[in-house]
Structures are given as C-alpha cells and as structure tokens.
Design a protein around this ligand. Structure first.
Ligand SMILES: NC(=O)c1ccc[n+]([C@@H]2O[C@H](COP(=O)([O-])OP(=O)(O)OC[C@H]3O[C@@H](n4cnc5c(N)ncnc54)[C@H](O)[C@@H]3O)[C@@H](O)[C@H]2O)c1
Length: 349
C-alpha cells in the first residue's frame, strides 16, 4: 500500500482522535496540523508533527494528499474550500456546514473542481449500520413499514460550560440528531417530511434537551425518534454499539426496523421472523442473530478516506449527501420551532 500524506485542520477533541488514527495507520502519515490554539501547538510538539497556526500555510508547505477538516461547524466551508482550491480531497467533519446555503457552496465547489469531499458521518462505516442496510435491502423484513429509534444519554454539567452549547444551533438536534438522521436516510431512504416537539424543561437553556420526532420517508415508510441529552440510559448508538470513541459498551438496541415479514433490532442484530405456516400475530416468532464483521467504525472511515484520496472509490457520504442530511436535520428544528410539518423540499428550496 502506498503511504498517503495527510494533514489535519483543527486539533481539538475529534481532530486529535483523527491524528491518532492516522499515526496508527500503516498506509498513512500525518505530515502536519493546523490549529489556532496554544494547546494544539503543544500537542503537535508532543507528537512531533509540524504545527501551523494558519491552515493555508499548512496546505502550501506540506502539500498533503488529503486533509481532515475538524474545526467548528461554521468554519467547515472556508477550510474545505481551501483544500478544494488546491485540488486536495478532504474529509469534512459533520455537519458539512451550519446552514443549507453554506453547504450548497461547498457542494458546488467540490463538484465544479471534481475534487471529492467525504463528510464525517462515521456511522456509515460501522458494521452494524452497514449490515442493517444490507439485511433490509436483501428483503429479509419484506416491505419495510416503520422504524423507531432512540438516543438518550445524560450529558454532564461541565459540557454546558461552553456558551455555544446553550445557544441556538448548539443543542442536541444539530450535534447528535444529525447522526440519527443520516443513519435513517442511509438505511430507510430519503426523508420527505417531519414533525417534531422539543422541550428545554430539564435545563431551561436556550436549546432543547429533549425532542420527539415523526418522520415520513419518500418510500412511504413512517418513523419516530426520541432523543434527550438529559436522561440516564443506555439507549444510544454510542453505548449499545460499543463503536464510539468515548463511551462504555453496554449491549442493547437503539433502532427497531419493522417490515411485513419481520423486524430487526440494531445493533444487537436480532432478526425476528415467523417460522412455519402461521404468519400472524399469535404465531411464534423466531429470533436469529445476524453476525457482524468485527471491524471498527473510525478505522473503517479512515481506510475509506484513503481509498477516496487514491481515487479508487467515490465517497460513501458525498458533499451533496451531507447537505441532504443537514437539510433534514434543520427541518426537524424548523418543525419544532414553528409547530408544523416541514418538507425536505422546502429546506432545499
Ligand atoms: N464524527 C464525530 O465523531 C465527531 C465528534 C466530535 C465532533 N465532531 C465534529 O468535529 C468538529 C470539531 O468538533 P470538536 O468537538 O473537536 O471541537 P473542538 O472545539 O474540540 O475542536 C475544534 C478545534 O478547531 C480549532 N480551530 C478553531 N478555529 C480554527 C481555525 N481558524 N483554524 C484552525 N483551527 C481552528 C480550535 O482551536 C479547536 O482546537 C465539529 O464540526 C463537530 O461537529 C465530529
């Protein structure tokens, strides 16, 4: 495997995880990082990687084969654009941008330049999410009818010391729900419209702490999703999959897919179907465990990004795909705020 030279823009929480993954990968080399903070400068010195305060300088000096953009959401378009203008493929962390018009700017720049962007919706690389899609596409549930999901965790008080996490745009819809929306789009199909209620009753901040969402997919499937960052529970992909970077693994489920012929719980990967002649509600269901491949989500994402950089594959989450996930997530926010049904078409118009 040829050694690919990667750089990282933004060495904060997730940027440093990317640095570690790159440094551990036999096919990649971390040639530099850019960040405006002194703490990141010390970090770069500690791992003996060239440090730049200015990411344009990083790109011009190191001429990397690929770049991971992990700066705050509002800076994704500028940093991604700097890579594209130099013809450098990049992995832009989620959300692709903070607004749909900003996302569209990056989508059009990438498509015009013919330079790939992979959006960092890492769960697309997770064995459970990939297998759920494969099982449903293979018809194991028959025609899909409905889906239900949950994301309920209790964020610590110090998480909210950062003012932006208490202000509009910094709540769990844009930070956490966006992952759920992306998974549902990937497994079920494109979202047509949404309704939602939100509440800030637990913390009283300017952002929601709890939300309930109703979804209608273009293929007619109906869905519901319940989320809260103020509930002590294991019901989240992070905890039940054991695939997230900073959470303990407590096996269980966070998604339930229902079809005419069966149901699938994810990530336990329990598939329920009738066995035998009777196929109605009083006939027994048989549980079958569908095995996973044992691969690791973030490592898979990096493997995929290296293949994108090499030109071997197109991104599994293109910039346009990332924009659609952002639009559907913002539709939930609008639906709750305005107490009405919001369509994806409206968000994109
Ligand atoms: N996919 C995931 O698992 C995941 C997890 C966490 C965060 N994220 C996303 O990654 C991004 C970063 O989140 P985070 O939690 O690491 O944030 P963070 O605040 O910990 O890190 C952001 C870093 O960017 C640096 N920065 C700010 N302005 C800069 C500039 N102009 N040039 C260079 N560096 C600059 C900051 O100094 C900071 O070190 C966000 O978009 C977030 O949504 C993704």
């Amino acid at each position: 495997m040829a050694m690919l030279r990667l750089a990282v823009i933004g060495a904060g929480l997730i940027g440093r995880e990317h640095c570690t993954l790159i440094r551990e990968h036999p096919g990649a080399e971390l040639v530099g990082l850019a960040d405006v903070s002194e703490d990141a400068a010390s970090y770069a010195q500690g791992i003996r990687v060239p440090y730049y305060a200015d990411y344009q300088q990083l790109l011009d000096d190191t001429k990397p084969d690929g770049v991971i953009v992990a700066v705050p959401n509002q800076l994704h378009v500028a940093a991604g654009g700097a890579c594209l203008s130099r013809g450098i493929p990049c992995l832009v962390e989620k959300p692709i941008a903070d607004t749909v018009p900003a996302a569209r700017e990056l989508v059009e720049a990438a498509e015009t330049a013919g330079v790939p962007i992979l959006v960092g919706h890492h769960r697309r690389h997770s064995p459970d999410i990939r297998e759920a899609r494969r099982i449903i596409e293979a018809g194991a549930l028959g025609n899909l009818v409905a889906v239900n999901g949950m994301w309920m965790l209790d964020k610590p008080d110090n998480y909210f010391e950062a003012e932006w996490r208490r202000s509009p745009g910094g709540g769990p819809l844009l930070i956490n729900l966006i992952h759920e929306i992306d998974c549902l789009r990937f497994i079920v199909g494109e979202i047509d419209s949404v309704r939602a209620f939100t509440s800030n009753a637990v913390r009283g901040f300017g952002v929601e702490d709890t939300a309930t969402i109703a979804l209608r997919f273009e293929n007619g499937v109906l869905g519901s999703f319940l989320m809260s960052d103020a509930v002590a529970s294991p019901y989240s992909w992070e905890v039940t999959s054991g695939q997230a970077l900073y959470f303990p693994h407590q096996p269980g489920d966070c998604y339930f897919f229902g079809g005419r012929d069966g149901a699938l719980a994810v990530p336990s990967m329990n598939l329920w179907r009738h066995d035998g002649a009777g196929k109605n509600w009083q006939d027994p269901l048989l549980r079958q465990h569908m095995p996973l491949d044992g691969s690791r989500t973030y490592r898979n994402q990096l493997d995929h990004f290296l293949a994108v950089v090499s030109g071997d594959v197109i991104p599994v989450v293109t910039a346009r795909d990332g924009m659609m996930t952002l639009a559907a997530t913002l539709a939930v926010e609008t639906a709750a705020r305005e107490d009405r049904t919001v369509t994806l078409a409206e968000m994109l118009s």
